[in-house]
Ligand binder design. Structure first.
Ligand SMILES: C/C=C/C(=O)SCCNC(=O)CCNC(=O)[C@H](O)C(C)(C)COP(=O)(O)OP(=O)(O)OC[C@H]1O[C@@H](n2cnc3c(N)ncnc32)[C@H](O)[C@@H]1OP(=O)(O)O
Length: 267
């Protein structure tokens, strides 16, 4: 399935095995609810898994923000995803914003978030679902749910402590303070901070480098790295043995070995 899905509030491109998803509702600072962005992100994640022409997914935002998270106008009006009694509201979460962490968790290729501006609430959690985050100097990050009297309900409370440890995640979540890109780097949330005009070139450089690796083994390696987070070593090694058997039987393996052999002795 190599045809790109039709998206409403996001742009999607595919070039040299790198797909770039650009959230494109700057009028809402790319708020995820009250826009079509949840559907667009889920459709892209599903497509990536079915399209063997994709080796890396880059996610970024158009305009000044990466994503402002949940739609606070809908919250104020108790409309959209935030309408109804406890059970109805819970159902809207399950059928709405919670589809993003589930879809991104299942993405088989490496995901890079190129964080161009504010990543707030569910927008922060979206960035944290990526495997690697590169931030513009303009980026800022806030797990601000509690400031609004709500809980981090789209996976943030699960995800952030796995990323930076319980204590630091706890402090950011409980204070709801907004941090700049450099502090995010110090905390290990962000891998690299670059000048704004270098954000996409840096993200694409990394994406292209990863995309030059043998595609099937790249997907298997990402699966292993995810599985490692919740497996015992013995079971994990059993899984590695099977995946390695699969890798040795793929044509891309012999092609890569032959490339290596023919480059040896030339250097
Ligand atoms: C279930 C999920 C829950 C959560 O995610 S909780 C967290 C909810 N999100 C927030 O609290 C973030 C609120 N927004 C902001 O803090 C700021 O904005 C930004 C830092 C993201 C960007 O600041 P700047 O570039 O100065 O933009 P601006 O002037 O504040 O807003 C520009 C337009 O964007 C709309 N907007 C911004 N964020 C949201 C949002 N989260 N939901 C709905 N609309 C939003 C505004 O209203 C306004 O619109 P107009 O131009 O028509 O006045």
């Amino acid at each position: 399935m190599n045809t790109l899905p039709e998206l409403t509030d996001a742009l999607l491109t595919l070039d040299e095995r790198v797909a770039v998803l650009t959230l494109n509702r700057n009028d809402l600072r790319n708020a995820l609810t009250g826009s079509a962005l949840i559907d667009d992100i889920v459709a892209t994640a599903d497509w990536v898994n079915q399209c063997d022409e994709v080796s890396v997914l880059v996610i970024t935002g158009a305009g000044s923000a990466f994503s402002a998270g949940g739609n606070i106008r809908d919250m104020a009006e108790r409309g959209g995803d935030f309408a109804g009694d406890v059970a109805e509201c819970a159902d809207r979460y399950r059928k709405g914003i919670q589809r993003i962490p589930l879809a991104l968790q299942a993405v088989e290729v490496p995901v890079i978030a190129a964080v161009n501006g504010a990543a707030i609430g569910a927008g922060f959690d979206l960035a944290n679902m990526a495997d690697i985050r590169i931030a513009s100097e303009r980026a800022k990050f806030g797990e601000t749910f509690l400031n609004l009297g709500i809980i981090p309900g789209d996976g943030g409370a699960w995800l952030m402590q796995r990323l930076i440890g319980y204590q630091r995640a706890f402090e950011l979540t409980m204070t709801g303070r907004v941090i700049d890109a450099n502090e995010a780097k110090e905390l290990g949330i962000v891998m690299t901070v670059v000048p704004d005009d270098q954000l996409m070139p840096e993200a694409m450089k990394l994406a292209t480098r990863i995309a030059s690796q043998p595609p099937k083994a790249t997907r298997l390696t990402k699966r292993l790295m995810k599985m490692a987070q919740r497996m015992e070593l013995k079971d994990f090694l059993d899984l590695c043995a099977v995946f390695q058997g699969m890798s040795h039987n793929e044509p891309e393996h012999l092609e890569a070995v032959n490339r290596m052999l023919s480059s040896m002795g030339r250097g």
